[in-house]
Design a binder for this molecule. Structure first.
Ligand SMILES: CC(C)(COP(=O)(O)OP(=O)(O)OC[C@H]1O[C@@H](n2cnc3c(N)ncnc32)[C@H](O)[C@@H]1OP(=O)(O)O)[C@@H](O)C(=O)NCCC(=O)NCCS
Length: 167
């Protein structure tokens, strides 16, 4: 067990630069997702993007620290799509932090927190081309839900798959 992983609630006002630096370090993923590297609009979107009809104020933007180092970002929103659901919009670790078992630890913490808030399900979307992430989510107990949907993210066309697990 990694002992020094900590979470900090992030805000657009205070943490824009830290998030920008993290997302630039993760340009492999950003370019895979949207066909372009991180820019200010992408950083702002991390704080503001929300499922349809949801209030961005209710979104949790969370920085994941390994000791003093920011190694990842999470965003999630409660009460979507159903009142007892928790929707994970993003789990992103820097390339150096991947493949070391931090992802499962972060998810464990998120699941425990979701249980404490009386959520019953956690949902997320994964891009079909992101085979590594699909294996990761399946290994963490998520199963596909509904039909895959075509989506365009800036310059990239994708198919997105919704997944769900009980919490
Ligand atoms: C998906 C992610 C959160 C998993 O966390 P993790 O701590 O790396 O999890 P694990 O250590 O259990 O490894 C999970 C998978 O990532 C792969 N991985 C490991 N190191 C990697 C690296 N440097 N780059 C890309 N993938 C890597 C592993 O090979 C493993 O896939 P496998 O099952 O085919 O072997 C993390 O790899 C990540 O942030 N990836 C980029 C962003 C992403 O795809 N997020 C999910 C969006 S739905």
């Amino acid at each position: 067990m990694h002992r020094s992983l900590t979470f900090k609630n992030f805000s657009l006002k205070h943490d824009f630069e830290a998030v920008r630096a993290l997302l630039i370090a993760c340009n492999d993923y950003v370019i895979f997702e949207q066909g372009e590297p991180t820019d200010d609009a992408y950083v702002t979107g991390y704080f503001r993007n929300c499922p349809p009809g949801q209030n961005p104020v209710l979104k949790h933007s969370i920085g994941v620290f390994d000791g003093e180092t920011l190694v990842g970002l999470v965003d999630l929103i409660d009460g979507y799509p159903r009142p007892r659901d928790c929707y994970l919009g993003l789990l992103l670790l820097t390339p150096k932090a991947r493949g070391r078992g931090l992802g499962p630890q972060v998810l464990d913490r998120l699941i425990t927190a979701a249980q404490a808030r009386s959520n019953k399900r956690m949902l997320l979307c994964v891009l079909e081309e992101n085979q590594g992430a699909q294996r990761f989510w399946k290994g963490q107990g998520f199963v596909p839900l509904g039909v895959a949907k075509a989506v365009t993210i800036r310059r990239k066309k994708h198919v997105k798959i919704e997944m769900v697990r009980q919490v």
